[in-house]
Every structure is written in structure tokens, then in C-alpha cells.
Design a protein around this ligand. Sequence first.
Ligand code: SF4
Length: 370
Amino acid sequence: MDRARSTAGSSAGERMAFGRDCGQDCDQDPNQNPNQDCSRSCGQFPDLGYDLDLGQVVALIQRSGAARVGLQAPEGLKRATPLLARLISQMTGAEVIISGDPCFGACDVDMDLSREVDLMLHLGHSELGEGPINVIFLEARMRDDLLAVVQKASGILKTKRVGVATTIQHVHKLNQALQALKDHGIEGVLGPAGGRIKHPGQVLGCSYSTTRGLNVEEYLFIGTGQFHPLGIALATGKRVVVADPATGNVSEIDTDPMLRRRFGAISRAANARKFAVLVSKKPGQKRLELARRIKALGEAKGLEMFLVYLDNIEPDRLLNIGAEAAVSTACPRVALDDAAKYKIPILTPPEFEVLLGERKWVEYAFDEID
Ligand code: SF4
């Protein structure tokens, strides 16, 4: 098989905008109305608001001669997978197997399925770096227009040179955002790709490298939710304005509520003597060396520390293990986003260092994965 590890991106020529020209018998002409909602016109394809670039992947499957193809998608795209599997089968003759397990990111490739198939399609994320060579990352591009919300955000930006960051779903429209800023006399700056970040200006919940070292005093984050902009604010110590293309809302990030919650978690963990150090089996979340260092740090302070290896970290998995607190070396979101689900305090590694007095609270750092 040819080298298959790649991200299927914006190739021209063989490109097919999935969801608009799905190959079904249809009396609609997608070229007449490129924004038509195919789910309304034929009911065959659930319109999820994304374009999936399939043409290059179909060509790759055909060129590689793959007879068995795996299909993995995050929850937001899963509804599209049955039809996608059928189309791939029809177009390539390959057997397609859909991964039914949860998928949280490119860190979470279904390794078992990747071993069962010749080629694996991982939808919705860009590759993180090293991984199984038979996995193709197929980015999903959100159709939301950025123009209006970035124009709105320009009104509350305070400086004329701002760092711009977004998530993978919107990176293909960053030029549109930069132009909208320029029209308002603001220079938008993108940090370079590198490490687990594939595109300039892209951030992950576990990596804000593109926002560091920019000569700016504030940032514009384009996307949904609070987690990524909180990460930018804590990684840079600068003001962050959020422009949400889904709602059209513009807001400013306040890190205080989150920091108060995290201080509370560290304080509650101060009473614990038995700590589970959680290590993820997921290939892009596994930090066993860090877990060993955390274990040694705790033991040096007289705490009982034990390593726990698991796939999905969920409250039930920790019930019978007898830990009074935990340190998660897996996805930072486990401790920072899901803390309320757990009966025991769950800390990130930098927070555990604060607990032990190895790091000052004023040096609080968001947990990131290199
Ligand atoms: S580790 Fe967490 S934040 Fe990082 S890519 Fe995976 S799911 Fe996303």
C-alpha cells in the first residue's frame, strides 16, 4: 500500500463536497444552490453543517487497493457514518466497518479497528503527528460564515494587532477572518503550526502553542465554547475576545470562575492520602512518563500513589478503586471540564504540583500535551 498516513484536505480536482453531491438519485442540482440542505431535499443525508472532502480519500482507497476500510467519527458526525460507509462501499468496493466507540479527538484513534482494516478514515480532526500509518485524517469543514461575527468582534477589540486562533472546524476560513479584521484597520496574527498542531492559528484543548510568543496584547478566538479561549487566556495571560460563528455572539473571557473552581479542587485534594494517577490508553493522550514522575513526587511527600491505566475515564471506573483523589495525565479536559461528574477531586499535573508546594498558585498553568 502507498503511504496512507495523511490528512485529506483541500485538494482540487477529485474533490467532492459530501452532503451536497452525495451520489444519490436526486432531481436537485447542487451547483444551482450550493447551500441547499440535502436532508430536506432527499432525506438521505443528515446535514450536519460540515463539508467532508471525500474525493481524495476515495482515490486513495482505490489506489491503495484497500479491501477493508474503518470509519471513525466524533459524536457530532456519527449520524453521517452509515450513509458514508455505504457510499464508500459503492464507490470503491471495500468493506467498511464503523467504530462504535466514543471518539474525542485525533488523540483517540480506534487502534483495535485500525488493526482489523487496511485503511482507516478518521473524520473531523487533523493528525497530531506520529500514529498508525494506515490512518487518514479527513478534516470536516464547518460551513458557518465568519465574516459577520468577526466584524462584530472588531467593535470590542482594544488594539490594532491581535492574535487570532480557532479550532480545526474553522481553520479553512481564517483568511476570511483576517480580511474582516483588516477592513476594520486591525492586523490579525496567526501563530505557526508545529508539534501536534497542523495549521497556523489552530488550537487544541491540549495545545495552545500557536498563541505563544506573538507580539500582541490581545487575542480573538473564533469558535464555540469556553474551554479553548480559557486555555488561550491562561497560556498567554492576555485578554481574549470570543467570536462564536454558531450563535453570532461576541464575548470576553473571564478566567476567575474557572480558577476559583480549580483552587477549590486543589484545596479538597489536600485532605487526601491515596491518589490514583490516571494514564490513558488512547495513543495521543498516553503520558506514562509524566504519570511516573507525578507518582514519585507524591510518594516523596509521603502520599500513597498508584498508576491506573484505562481507556475512557468515567466516574464509574474510579468508584471501586479506593482513591481519595486523582491526578489525570490524560486529556486535560477530564479534570478541567468534567470535574463535576466525579465524587473525588481530580487534578491536572500542574495542579498536583501546586498541591505539593512544587509550584506556586500564581504560576498556575493550563495542562498541555507536547
Ligand atoms: S487530548 Fe483532549 S484536547 Fe487534546 S486532542 Fe485529544 S480530546 Fe482534544
